[in-house]
Design a protein around this ligand. Structure first.
Ligand code: ADP
Length: 499
């Protein structure tokens, strides 16, 4: 329990169990609850998308707020749900705007971004400022920390420091901006800048302009009081041209206020001892259920129930995840004694490539194109090896699930993958997986060969599994790091150290 309970307003464009397209939702759904467990009073703020109405959650009205926009004030309903898991509970407030959020997707429909995303997320951020004002004036709840996530929320930091700077009812909040992936920056045509409602004087290279475009992430990095990202290695990588996606200079200017804090995972939702998605449960001490999960997974994908190593992939099918490298080595993999199952959706060319390969090797390779939470759990439970050769990976969650499910990860040595998976070369008993050092098909193939060879040595393999399954991948550790950062900011001390 913290000595100093704070009021934390967490703003995200997605969070489980409400709306999810990727790892951000896992983080935004779990971290607020962990911070609440430490004694903080947490409110999570989300857009009220259509899928919230379709979820089993129920909301009650809180208030109506007038949100200023470049086209005039918009009367907006704020609703509330209480999210409660174990000892953690927090309020979840949603911002309703049917024209902007009552749509089939969060950011896009059938692969195409909504053309008015800048209007939608400018509105969301502007509404957040009104929520801060309402909390202070109507609820006597002063926001101590405004915790923002990714480009969709970046304008909150900009509004607070610029157009809303003179409003006493929103002053005093310290803004922390967490970068989950610098590859996604919220870029819009320069002509749309006025949609942000910001003065043109901010559309310059020292402001939100980026080679003639509007760059929301850049705005957040410049105007937030503190910037964090989701692993210590990624915090260093993004200062370089290879990983900074053009923002390395802007980030280097903030290097004194930049910290890498590893994500955790929701160990209740991802627990092989209780996971109801799995056909059999198991623990580190008794793994017999994992064998049954493997057989069931083989059946689910119409693969023979052999004892060869079963490799699993679950990912957005994008080049970031290095899945073109996986596709490139499948013919060689299929000549080895192993099986492969892939779950993913994303770039149409990659989907098509995997479909062609699956049709060629139907008895060794299973493929499911789509998003399927239950199947993701069953792959983590049933596979022997998890493949994650990401070109870059800010933190990555899937390899953490793999550790917890005794599925030995093969990862590219980058970002959070390098920080969470320890290769066989480290001291005996601590190794949990394998590192691929380069972004090449040859490097990946050679590490898979090495892993398959080690798989035959039961005692070494068991050590890898045990070390992984007993690694602490919970949120508790990460929440403590955020807790320390937030308290330092509120006390006016210089935060230090990466976690
Ligand atoms: P990212 O956020 O870059 O997509 P992460 O590894 O941080 O990558 O998180 C991915 C999350 O999304 C994990 O919870 C993973 O299980 C889930 N996921 C990705 N693709 C799918 C899919 N096709 N079906 C179900 N879950 C998926």
């Amino acid at each position: 329990m913290t000595q100093d309970p704070l009021n934390l307003l967490v703003v995200s464009s997605e969070a489980v169990p409400y709306a999810k397209t990727g790892g951000l939702a896992d983080v935004a759904g779990a971290l607020p609850l962990e911070l609440a467990k430490l004694g903080h009073d947490v409110i999570l703020l989300l857009p009220h998308y259509r899928c919230l109405g379709e979820s089993c959650r129920s909301f009650r009205p809180v208030c109506r707020l007038n949100v200023p926009t470049p086209l005039g004030a918009v009367d907006t309903l704020i609703e509330e749900d209480i999210l409660s898991v174990g000892e953690g509970n927090c309020r979840v407030w949603t911002i309703r705007n049917e024209a902007f959020f009552d749509r089939p997707g969060l950011y896009q429909d059938r692969g195409t971004d909504y053309p008015d995303n800048l209007d939608r997320f400018s509105f969301f951020c502007r509404a957040t400022i009104e929520v801060i004002a309402y909390l202070r004036t109507a609820c006597r709840w002063n926001t101590h920390i405004l915790h923002l996530h990714d480009w969709q929320t970046a304008l909150c930091a900009v509004y607070l420091k610029t157009v809303c700077h003179d409003r006493p009812e929103v002053q005093g909040a310290h803004t922390v901006f967490t970068l989950h992936n610098v590859g996604y920056q919220g870029l819009f045509p320069g002509e749309q800048f006025e949609k942000t409602g910001l003065p043109l004087s901010l559309f310059t290279p020292t402001g939100l302009e980026y080679y003639g475009k509007v760059n929301l992430l850049k705005g957040g990095i410049i105007f937030a009081d503190y910037v964090t990202t989701v692993s210590p290695t990624y915090a260093r990588e993004i200062l370089t041209p290879e990983f900074g996606f053009g923002l390395e200079g802007v980030l280097r200017n903030r290097a004194d206020s930049l910290l890498g804090v590893l994500n955790g995972i929701d160990i209740d939702r991802w627990n092989p001892e209780t996971d109801s998605y799995l056909p059999a449960q198991y623990s580190a001490a008794n793994r017999s259920g994992k064998q049954r999960c493997k057989q069931a997974l083989q059946r689910e994908f119409n693969l023979p129930e052999s004892s060869s190593p079963l490799l699993g992939v679950i990912a957005r099918l994008t080049s970031q995840k290095g899945l073109d490298l996986v596709a490139a080595i499948i013919p060689q993999l299929m000549a080895m004694d192993l099986q492969l199952v892939i779950l993913g959706t994303g770039e149409p060319e990659l989907e098509a490539k995997f479909q062609v390969l699956q049709a060629r090797f139907p008895h060794r390779m299973g493929l499911r194109i789509g998003f399927d939470e239950g199947l993701a759990h069953r792959i983590e439970g049933g596979a022997d090896i998890f493949l994650m050769p990401s070109r870059y990976e800010p933190c990555g969650l899937s390899q953490l699930y793999s550790l917890r499910y005794g599925t030995v990860p093969i990862v590219k040595k980058t970002g959070g993958l390098a920080d969470t998976v320890f290769p066989l070369t480290v001291q005996a008993g601590r190794a949990t997986g394998f590192h691929v050092e380069e972004d090449t098909a040859e490097a990946l193939l050679s590490v898979v060969r090495q892993a398959v060879a080690v798989y035959q040595d039961r005692s070494v393999w068991d050590q890898l599994i045990e070390a992984g399954m007993t690694t602490d991948v919970s949120w508790a550790r990460s929440a403590n790091a955020y807790d320390r950062l937030f308290l330092s900011l509120v006390r006016g001390e210089q935060p230090n150290g990466s976690s």
